[in-house]
Design a protein around this ligand. Structure first.
Ligand code: BJW
Length: 239
């Protein structure tokens, strides 16, 4: 059985990371065009840097830990692969590193990673845990003043190409089981992955609420990911 998982902000909500579109979500106080587009960054880099600096600092708070849903996915993957039960691929839209910290191996962060920055000129990616500003020097050329401010968060904004689309499409077209967890189903191309799965694939959505994508799924489970995912994967690990 080839398993494809798609996760969104809802899976990390119970770890203390706010979602985007719920009340008190991450964009509260910020228009999406201001903080999650290349145009917004060009217009006001200070604002965008501060938005991501705050989120980076929050992610590094020791209180933010993977929850039972992240752990269940990592445990399921290990057992699935060890027993030769088929492929396992986890695509996350989240830029936090909670899947990786929980022990997931085959993870693709299609919208980038908060603890990475990218050089605007060379596209080189660096691990990053500090703040970023328009004065931050290039890590490999710190005395070159003309390179100050050349780093941006290594995340995918609206209008930019998400990471690994070919790999995602390949995994979708051979999936026997597709589970979408805690995503509002409004941001493409992630929301279109379900439509790339073959007719025989079993498609399950796990979310607190209905989403615009719910009708594309064979089953919908309404509930919190940390409760529903361990139960659901326990069921499939016996298969
Ligand atoms: C729980 C829970 C609990 C809560 N348990 N559940 C086709 C049609 C229409 C538009 C487009 C289209 N194709 C492309 C577009 C344009 C655009 C788009 O989709 N726009 C729509 C908004 C209309 N897409 C793009 O621009 C993408 N790029 C692209 O398509 O490029 C093509 C291209 C072609 C040629 C040249 C160049 C490009 C890029 C999209 C990038 C999205 N980036 C962001 C920011 C990333 C960095 C950051 O984190 O700051 O990604 S936006 C934001 O939304 C973030 C998220 O990953 C993403 C999805 O959000 P998510 O994860 O679903 O979170 P929420 O908050 O929306 O939902 C949470 C859900 O959890 C809710 O449903 C809750 O109920 C639930 N929940 N607690 C279970 N405990």
């Amino acid at each position: 059985m080839n398993v494809l998982i798609l996760t969104g902000a809802g899976i990390s909500a119970e770890s203390g990371i706010p979602t985007f579109r719920d009340a008190n979500g991450l964009w509260e106080g910020h228009a999406v065009e201001e903080v999650a587009t290349p145009q917004g960054f060009a217009r006001n880099p200070d604002l965008v840097h501060e938005f991501y600096n705050q989120r980076r600092r929050a992610l590094l708070n020791p209180e933010i830990q993977p929850n039972a849903a992240h752990v269940a996915l990592a445990d399921f993957e290990r057992e699935h692969l060890e027993n030769g039960r088929g492929d396992f691929f986890l695509v996350t839209q989240n830029i936090d590193n909670l899947h990786q910290r929980a022990g997931s191996q085959n993870v693709l962060a299609m919208h980038g990673q908060l603890l990475q920055v990218r050089c605007l000129y060379s596209e080189e990616i660096f691990d990053w845990t500090g703040d970023l500003s328009v004065d931050t020097p290039h890590p490999e050329d710190p005395d070159n003043d003309s390179m100050r401010g050349c780093l941006r968060p290594n995340v995918v904004w609206f209008g930019e190409m998400p990471i690994g689309l070919t790999q995602i499409e390949k995994a979708a077209t051979k999936a026997d089981l597709f589970i979408a967890i805690g995503t509002s189903g409004v941001v493409y191309p992630a929301a279109g992955i379900v439509a790339q799965t073959p007719p025989h694939c079993r498609r399950i959505e796990v979310n607190l609420d209905d989403t615009p994508a719910s009708s594309a799924f064979d089953e919908t489970i309404r509930g919190a990911a940390s409760v529903e995912i361990p139960k659901l994967l326990n069921h499939f690990s016996a298969m």
